[in-house]
Design a protein around this ligand. Structure first.
Ligand code: GLV
Ligand code: MN
Ligand code: MN
Ligand code: MN
Length: 410
């Protein structure tokens, strides 16, 4: 007897989860255009080429695997991202790519001979969704959808001054493929929140993304001896940056519970030495809300806090880059399709919001899009302990396969 779809998926899942494994944990570290990223991409190529797909890279390193069922027809694109945060869970992104790959293989096999397909199928692994090594996040899908220029993306540097172009060329992952013509887009992802697990929902029908406003901020003070400099003479960049970290957290209290999420996730201090008052600090500060009004009010309040802190600590505070997206909805047609698939399959389902950004956030602006979620146990995410049960992973693969079949035959 052959291997079942379920066994095949779980075997491939465990093979994929080994790339960039963080020792002593079930998590991974495979940031964009690092060696483990290159290795997992070649593994995905092998999986899909062995099933008759043709693999390509575009100029920003998006990875495509194409199966042409109807010569000249546009493609239903399905996928997510394989790159991760440092010390991340193994599900965020990678689950969606593998679920899409299995759904695509099964759909292609069942439709190759029947003549039912009206569209072709392509699996995609978007480059640098996480934005941990190179900012901004969702880089590959932003270039694909024309929201970010290819030149700007390729020139972006990591903290060691390596450009995206150099990093992609270094792992042999920059190509010149022309983007496939897209008929529609399908993505599945783990929820990264606790609502679905707590409410017994197996399939989330994503109806909208929270808005986000991300700031890269530079604080400039004056380097001094941390012992001998008089306290009144100091212009301490780290002290001011710390006040900003606290100010971002305190902003949350000005709005109704749950309406604003904020954090500083990254902080660099210069020269970062024990007996030196810092001359400079750089922060990555993130504001998120479901409400455009709350996000705008929080942004204005943050600007006022920056001015207050700059005056108090006699430092410069400037925004060196910003990336924002508005709360915006997914299309009703995709939601209706996903709902009918989940209900016909008998899978508990509900409309949900996504707080995290996804490549579908970009894709839904250029093509009819379906975005599905499966639950995350305890909502743990961006953490090596991120976890989704095998039963939920498999239910998501089944739902993805059926949605894909309908999109390809529709
Ligand atoms: C990416 O996942 C983001 O939410 O910024
Ligand atoms: Mn993700
Ligand atoms: Mn992520
Ligand atoms: Mn994300």
């Amino acid at each position: 007897m052959g291997v079942s779809h379920e066994e095949a998926f779980l075997d491939d899942w465990s093979a994929l989860s080994a790339f960039g494994a963080v020792a002593g944990t079930t998590g991974v570290d495979r940031q964009a255009a690092t060696e483990p990223d290159g290795e997992q991409r070649r593994w995905l190529d092998a999986l899909l080429t062995s099933e008759g797909f043709t693999v390509h890279r575009d100029a920003i390193g998006n990875q495509f695997a194409l199966c042409e069922l109807v010569p000249g027809a546009p493609y239903v694109l399905t996928g997510s991202h394989l790159d991760s945060q440092p010390t991340a869970g193994r599900f965020d992104g990678a689950y969606g790519v593998l679920a899409s790959a299995h759904a695509a293989i099964r759909t292609a096999c069942s439709l190759r001979e029947t003549g039912e397909a009206t569209r072709n199928i392509a699996v995609v692994n978007w480059f640098n969704e996480e934005g941990s090594r190179f900012k901004p996040s969702m880089m590959g899908s932003s270039v694909f959808t024309g929201k970010l220029s290819l030149e700007d993306a390729l020139a972006t540097v990591d903290r060691h001054g390596v450009t995206v172009r150099e990093a992609l060329e270094g792992i042999g992952e920059r190509g010149d493929a022309v983007a496939p013509e897209v008929a529609s887009y399908l993505e599945i992802h783990v929820e990264q929140g606790r609502a679905m697990a707590e409410n017994g929902i197996t399939i989330g029908l994503v109806e909208a993304t929270w808005g986000a406003h991300k700031f890269e901020i530079r604080v400039t003070g004056e380097q001094a001896h941390s012992g001998s400099a008089l306290m009144r003479d100091r212009r301490d960049a780290l002290l001011a940056a710390s006040r900003l970290v606290v100010a971002a957290r305190d902003l949350v209290e000005r709005f109704p519970e749950g309406m604003l999420h904020t954090a500083v996730g990254e902080l660099h201090v210069y020269p970062n030495s024990p007996v030196v008052v810092a001359s400079e600090a750089r922060l990555l500060l993130d504001l998120r809300s479901e409400s455009a009004e709350v996000l705008a009010a929080a942004t204005a309040a943050l600007m006022a806090e920056m001015e207050r802190i700059a005056a108090k600590d006699r430092v410069g505070i400037e925004i060196v880059a910003e990336h924002a997206w508005d709360r915006n909805p997914y299309g009703e047609a995709g939601l209706a399709l996903a709902r009918s698939v989940a209900s016909e399959m008998g899978l508990p389902h509900a409309r949900v919001l996504t707080i995290a950004g996804h490549d579908s956030t970009n894709m839904k602006d250029i093509a009819p899009t379906v975005m599905l979620f499966v639950p995350s146990v305890d909502g743990v995410s961006h953490n090596v302990n991120e976890y989704t049960t095998d039963a939920d992973l498999l239910a998501g693969v089944e739902a993805t396969t059926e949605v894909l079949r309908r999109l390809v035959c529709g």
